[in-house]
Design a binder for this molecule. Structure first.
Ligand code: COA
Ligand code: AMP
Length: 633
């Protein structure tokens, strides 16, 4: 690599304070920082220590002051309710200031937590920004999660208030949120004093007097509040993500580094310009939604699209192209699974031709590995660059990508292109040694990670060290395996842990196993992620029953499917389990999930040297084949 990006990347590693200090010039600060990078306490690093700012001021108020008041800040495009609604920056400022007043009135102060459990409505953004405005820490919980998942997060984050809505809308059905919220509040040990509920006309919720407050009435009555200065290192939000157990990890994001890094990415990675529309077709409950539906586009003065619909079926596979054309969107971001869904319904791209896409410049993909076939299809149909980039909830923005705003690098199918500024990526073997270019190993980042990443886990510093920093001294372990080729291109191949990726959603097989194990008939179980043409992966349960259980297997499986749906949520897409006699294990008792996955996918595998009883693998192979898995090409 010798182009302009290579020089920029080199500088970001050799002069991080200069590089990020300059980038911080895009942000308004009340007080400057003492140091750009505080490296006094490795392996903990802090960016812009001592700096004082407010993220909401930077995302909203300053744009109004600079003359963008009448520009749309949010366009809510909702095919599921058949409505399109625009909120200008001035209107957004008023709504956010009032919601800040509502939260303050309910006792929320700087540093307090607020859980936001909402569908894809603009009020979700208003709630998040209102927290940022008053220095409270929001924790958004994806609407597809059920009560138990919400309760776990309530107990960990200990919020003063929960902001929610009466319902979400999935194609063909209205999902009442309030019963799930009530159940979660009941289940949680931490007691939440107040909720604010947005009533939607599709399904009004019954409110509990004294605890539940109606969004409209409360914000109409509230006095607007101003932005509160916070430290760059104060948390802006906690976002829970799946780890290897049912206890999710609370990723902490701070204010200063986040604002600086996201601002840089809007120009450097996405090539987006202030005043333009920008669309991330994700959900506010995921990190992509936090970074690229809410914060980055607004920090950059763009118009963000809040899309409440699906790539197909709302009403058809042309919806994405309709939205791009109607709102003149140059930059759009989605998950490969969404494109696969569209391609399945419209393989010739006929619906694309119905729309004027002359403003469209680039399609960005993330959330899972972009399979080359899908990327090629999109390139041919859309005739714009299709750019894979790799990132995680932990990192908040891309670790590797194609920096379109600096230099569009040649695309290599199957690669997320090159490491982004501040990311010094290595591939290490089990012993921590660097492997030669092209060899697969653990993808790790040399510390410090750049600004905008996670400085710790909420109330779990030791878990932060153990899960991410202790295995490879001086490095952040991404949990992904892959290789870096001789041109410096990063190829992300697979997770090294039990986290699976279903339709771009990160899920814990360990969490699902914990739920299956609660069924009275189950003695032992394993969940593996089996390859799926549409969703990338689908979870498959393998269960061993307790001796003497005589319930029909079909009934048990139905109950297990229902259990995961009610305990984790529909989003887990857990639809199948197989009853087997025994599970294959190592001599030390570890279930061989990786080997079972290979068998289920029809991939070749080597018999693990440490296997306890090889016959069990043959039994599993037989059971999988009977169920339609384990078909070799
Ligand atoms: N609230 C309640 N339920 C929800 C939900 C929400 N916010 N989001 C999803 N669900 C439900 C769905 O209705 C579905 O229920 P079902 O089992 O009764 O059909 C289930 O959870 C699984 O949802 P999903 O994974 O979205 O599958 P789908 O079959 O409805 O749609 C895709 C498939 C590929 C179209 C869809 O997954 C998609 O658009 N994926 C893109 C993901 C994405 O943007 N990820 C963010 C990373 S960039
Ligand atoms: P999440 O934290 O939900 O964003 O999920 C992060 C995980 O998704 C990563 O650790 C990867 O396993 C996977 N992932 C995300 N983007 C990509 C990509 N572009 N290529 C390959 N895997 C990806």
């Amino acid at each position: 690599m010798t182009g302009p990006f290579s020089a920029l990347h080199h500088r970001s590693l050799t002069d991080p304070e200069g590089f990020w200090g300059e980038a911080a010039g895009k942000i308004d600060w009340y007080e400057p920082w003492e140091r750009v990078l505080d490296d006094a306490n490795p392996p903990f690093y802090r960016w812009f220590k001592g700096g004082v700012l407010n993220t909401c001021h930077n995302a909203v108020d300053r744009h109004v002051a600079a003359g963008r008041g009448d520009q749309p800040a949010i366009i809510h495009d909702s095919p599921v309710t058949d409505s399109i609604f625009t909120i200008t920056y001035r209107d957004l400022q008023d709504r956010v200031a009032r919601m800040g007043g509502v939260l303050r009135g309910l006792g929320v102060e700087k540093g307090d937590r607020v859980i936001v459990y909402m569908p894809m409505v603009p009020e979700a953004l208003v709630a998040m920004l209102a927290c940022a405005r008053i220095g409270a820490i929001h924790s958004v919980v994806f609407g597809g999660f059920a009560a138990r998942e919400l309760a776990t997060r309530i107990d960990d984050a200990q919020p003063k208030v929960i902001v929610s809505a009466s319902c979400g809308i999935e194609p063909g059905r209205v999902i009442a949120y309030k019963p799930m919220l009530d159940a979660a509040i009941d289940q949680a040990t931490h007691k939440v004093g107040s909720t604010v509920i947005l009533q939607r006309p599709q399904c009004e919720a019954a409110l509990i007097a004294g605890r539940d407050h109606d969004w409209q009435a409360a914000s109409a009555a509230a006095s607007p509040v101003d932005c509160v200065p916070v430290l760059a290192t104060d948390p802006l939000y906690i976002l829970y993500t799946s780890g290897t157990t049912g206890q999710p990890k609370g990723i902490v994001r701070d204010n200063g580094g986040h604002a600086v890094a996201l601002s840089w990415t809007m120009e450097g990675i996405y090539g987006a310009r202030p005043g333009e529309a920008y669309w991330a077709a994700s959900d506010v409950g995921w990190v992509v939604g936090h970074s690229y539906i809410v914060y980055a586009p607004l920090l950059h003065g763009c118009t963000t699209i809040v899309f409440e619909g699906k790539p197909v079926g709302t009403p058809d596979a042309g919806t994405f192209w309709r939205v791009i054309s109607q709102h003149k969107i140059p930059t759009m971001f989605t998950a490969p699974t969404a494109l696969r869904a569209i391609r399945r319904e419209d393989p010739e791209g006929r619906l694309i031709r119905d729309y004027d896409l002359s403003s469209y410049r680039a399609l960005f993909l993330a959330g899972e590995r972009s399979d080359p076939e899908t990327v090629r299809w999109a390139e041919t149909q859309l005739k714009v660059p299709v750019i894979d980039h790799w990132w995680q909830t932990e990192t908040g923005w891309a670790i590797a990508g194609n920096p379109m705003g600096v230099e569009l690098m040649p695309v290599k199918y199957g690669s997320a292109t090159v490491a982004m500024p501040g990311w010094d990526m290595k591939v290490l073997d089990f012993d921590g040694g660097e492997v030669p270019a092209g060899d697969i190993g653990a993808l790790v980042a040399k510390l410090p990670m750049p600004p905008g990443t996670f400085p710790t886990l909420w109330n779990a510093e030791q878990r932060y060290r153990d899960a991410y920093l202790s295995e490879y001294d001086g490095y952040y372990k991404t949990g992904d395996a892959g290789f870096i080729d001789a041109d410096g291109y990063v190829h992300v191949m697979t997770r090294v842990d039990d986290v699976i990726n279903v339709a771009g959603h990160r899920l814990s097989t360990g969490g699902m196993e914990e739920v299956l194990a609660t069924h009275p008939a189950v003695a032992e179980c394993a969940v593996i992620g089996v390859n799926d043409q549409l969703k990338g992966m689908l979870p498959l349960g393998l269960v061993v029953l307790k001796a003497g259980v005589d319930q029909a297997h079909g009934d048990i499986v139905k109950e297990l499917v229902g259990l995961v749906r009610s305990e984790i949520g529909a989003v887990a897409a857990f639809k199948t389990a197989l009853v087997v006699d025994r599970l294959p294990k190592t001599r030390s008792g570890k279930i061989l999930r990786g080997t079972m996955k290979k068998i289920a996918d029809g991939d070749s595998y080597t018999m693990p040297a440490t296997i306890d009883d090889p016959v069990i693998l043959e039994e599993i192979q037989g059971a999988l084949q009977t169920a339609g898995y384990a078909q070799t090409a």
